[in-house]
Design a protein around this ligand. Structure first.
Ligand code: IMP
Ligand code: MG
Length: 184
């Protein structure tokens, strides 16, 4: 009974996710120094689980901050509209900024964020995305680190939602057709 029954297929199991997140953490440790003290910008809401696990693999000094961007309604199709719902608490001028994103789909959200944050004068701006759907890209965006490439399917779990649910699943999965059909 419950959320798990709505899952048709597990795409990335928990152990593979955890191993990859550890690798990404290692790569970040090797890229920055304590003096850089990078600011991890978590893109809410989808990236909160990824950020929580990633940050615990970091040995390098760092800080976290949050931004909420909206590009989707309750369904699975992009509206093409990008808005800032919550902005950073702090200035990033002269800071080494690392955007932590759940999934890059059309690339619109990230392209907007990159442009927006770049105007604030960071010392560097990089992106770490857990998932990427290259086949869906409409805007070319540079990703410094990607956890996994996924096929053109709507995925949930590990922070990613469908209509605000399923974020708590510890794996990345695809829902049964009839579940999506109800919302669209
Ligand atoms: P983009 O602007 O089209 O790249 O969309 C990026 C945002 O849409 C992501 O940060 C997610 O919040 C959401 N999104 C895109 N694809 C999926 C998916 O398969 N599952 C859940 N959310 C998704
Ligand atoms: Mg997102």
């Amino acid at each position: 009974m419950g959320l798990r029954d709505d899952v048709a297929r597990v795409l990335i199991p928990e152990d593979e996710l955890q191993a990859r997140v550890a690798d990404l953490g290692q790569a970040i440790n090797e890229t920055y120094t304590d003096e850089d003290c990078p600011l991890l910008v978590c893109v809410l809401k989808g990236a909160f689980v990824f950020l929580a696990d990633l940050t615990r693999h970091l040995k390098v000094r760092h800080e976290v901050d949050f931004m909420e961007i909206s590009s989707y309604g309750a369904g699975t199709k992009s509206t093409g509209v990008v808005r800032i719902l919550l902005d950073l608490e702090q200035s990033i001028e002269g800071r080494h900024v690392l955007i932590v994103e759940d999934i890059v789909d059309s690339g619109r959200t990230l392209a907007y964020m990159r442009r927006n944050l770049q105007t604030r004068g960071p010392a560097s701006l990089r992106v770490c995305a857990l998932l990427s759907k290259p086949s869906r890209r409409e805007v070319d965006v540079t990703l410094d680190w990607v956890g996994f490439e996924v096929p053109n399917e709507f995925v949930v779990g590990y922070g990613l939602d469908y209509a605000e649910e399923y974020r708590n699943l510890s794996f990345i999965g695809v829902l049964k057709k009839e579940v999506y059909a109800q919302g669209d």
